[in-house]
Every structure is written in structure tokens, then in C-alpha cells.
Design a protein around this ligand. Structure first.
Ligand code: 5GP
Length: 192
């Protein structure tokens, strides 16, 4: 848990639509670099003893916290692309991810060059809701014969089913903020 992040969510988070939190002012569009740095320190301290070889995330909003974490752990950071790019080639791992939030299916794509057998891979993402994005990352790590060593989440929507789904796969999750309830004008955190 990160008190400063909770305070920032209360100050700047906007609840839009049913159960959607907008945090564009510090995470999803403008990036508060000092706050992101502190997130990296938090994640790194929590997962350091897992001997992390690599940090994996999903473009685009996961990249900032993942990079901050990778810097602290002194390892490289890899992001899954949601679309094939001109340079992808055909040497890649992929996994289909359905987003309930956006109601679209995205393909997560990672070149086989960047995750290797036996590596301990820490996965980082901005939000955990239904757990589909995290499940996609885990699938890719497993395809590579690597070890999903943990999941670091900036904001967990604890009223959604993601945590249970991922914990059932025996993955340790560390969320910096856990939201119990999202109502217009009122955000309630999980009591720890
Ligand atoms: P999941 O796959 O766990 O259902 O959703 C994870 C992804 O959906 C996150 O990477 C994030 O992009 C997006 N997402 C889910 N809920 C929210 C939300 O309340 N606010 C924002 N900004 N993104 C969300």
C-alpha cells in the first residue's frame, strides 16, 4: 500500500461511468514522474528477493511504472505490444486479451528475443480489474518457459474478480492502492 498514491487518487481521480476511474493527470496521460519513481521503489522493494531478471508490462500505461521498477532492480523492461508493428516479424509470443472495460479483444505480442527460458519475470500494470491483461502476460511468460515471479499493480479494483483469478494461478500480487468501492464523488479503499 502506498499512502501518497491513495491521497493522489482521492485528490485527482475522477469516477466516470460505472466503476471506471480516470487518473489521466498522473498515470494515464500526464505522468507524475516523482510519484512514478516512488512506485518503482515500492515494487522493487517488495519483489527484490524473487531475483527478478526482467520486468514485463503492456503498452502504453504500464510502461512508466514498469520502467521505474526495472531501474530500481537494475534489469531490463519489456512491453507487450497490442498490435503487430512493421518490425514484429513472425518470431513472437502472443495471447488474446478481452477487455471488459473497452469491450475489445487485443492481442498481446512479445518478440521471442526478449523473454528467455528460466527467467524470473515480474509483471507490472496500471490497473487490475478482471485480470485479463494480467492473465495474458502470464500466458506469454509461460510460453517462453520463464517464471511469472509476481504481479505489481498500481491501482487494483478489488470489487472486480481479477485478484481471485490471478491468485488462483499461484501468483503473488502487490497492489499499491486497492479500491473497495467507486461511487461518483466517493472512492473507498480496502481497509488493510
Ligand atoms: P483487466 O484486464 O484486469 O480487466 O483490465 C486491465 C486493463 O484495463 C488495464 O491495463 C487498464 O488499461 C484498463 N482498465 C481497467 N479498469 C480501468 C479503470 O477503471 N480506469 C482506467 N483508466 N483503466 C482501466
Amino acid at each position: 500500500m502506498m499512502k501518497e498514491l491513495e491521497e493522489r487518487i482521492l485528490k485527482d481521480g475522477i469516477v466516470i461511468g460505472p466503476n471506471i476511474l480516470k487518473v489521466d493527470s498522473f498515470l494515464n496521460q500526464q505522468i507524475d514522474s516523482k510519484l512514478i519513481h516512488k512506485m518503482g521503489v515500492e515494487f522493487a522493494n517488495y519483489f527484490r528477493d524473487k531475483k527478478i531478471d526482467k520486468v514485463l508490462t503492456v503498452e502504453s500505461s504500464g510502461i512508466a511504472p514498469a520502467l521505474a521498477t526495472a531501474l530500481e532492480l537494475e534489469v531490463d523492461c519489456v512491453f507487450a505490444r497490442k498490435k503487430q508493428s512493421l518490425t514484429t516479424g513472425d518470431n513472437f509470443y502472443h495471447s488474446s486479451v478481452y477487455s471488459f472495460t473497452k469491450q475489445v479483444t487485443n492481442e498481446l505480442i512479445v518478440s521471442k528475443d526478449f523473454i528467455k527460458e528460466g527467467e524470473n519475470v515480474l509483471m507490472i500494470d496500471d490497473f487490475l480489474a478482471n485480470g485479463q491483461a494480467a492473465k495474458g502476460m502470464i500466458a506469454i511468460v509461460r510460453q517462453a518457459g520463464a517464471n511469472p515471479a509476481g504481479l505489481g499493480i498500481v491501482i487494483e479494483k478489488s470489487f472486480s474478480e481479477g485478484r481471485e483469478l490471478i491468485e488462483d494461478m499461484d501468483i503473488d500480487i502487490y497492489s499499491l492502492a486497492r479500491i473497495a468501492k467507486l461511487e461518483e464523488g466517493k472512492i473507498t479503499f480496502v481497509e488493510e
